[in-house]
Design a protein around this ligand. Structure first.
Ligand SMILES: [Zn+2]
Ligand SMILES: [Zn+2]
Length: 108
């Protein structure tokens, strides 16, 4: 027993969306029919690395989905973190230079 996350209809056998993980009725089970934010994210990821994100039909097995969900976004997150730290360090360096310049001008 479940409830459709889109229209609220009670379903004895709800469909689980493989993109956002929510439950839907037969009418709204397809990502296109429930304005799926998971599908939107999937498409964005896919456009970044099309060779690794092969589009699969909706009835594909849960196992493949879990492996993908855990692996790829985690790697991406690490890369983003590294990038984030680097750009922040550069920003701090620039700020420090500006402060030093300003202070030295005031002193002169
Ligand atoms: Zn529904
Ligand atoms: Zn969905």
């Amino acid at each position: 027993m479940g409830t459709c996350s889109y229209c609220g209809v009670k379903e004895t056998m709800p469909f689980k969306c493989k993109f956002c993980g929510e439950q839907f009725c037969g009418e709204h089970r397809l990502p296109e029919n429930h304005e799926c934010y998971g599908l939107q994210r999937f498409k964005e990821e896919r456009s970044k690395m099309p060779e690794k994100w092969i589009y699969e039909p909706f009835h594909s097995k849960e196992k493949a989905e879990v492996g993908r969900k855990v692996e790829k976004p985690l790697n991406k997150k690490i890369y983003e973190n590294i990038r984030g730290i680097d750009s922040r360090k550069i920003l701090y360096a620039i700020l420090a230079i500006i402060i030093v310049l300003t202070v030295s001008q005031v002193l002169i």
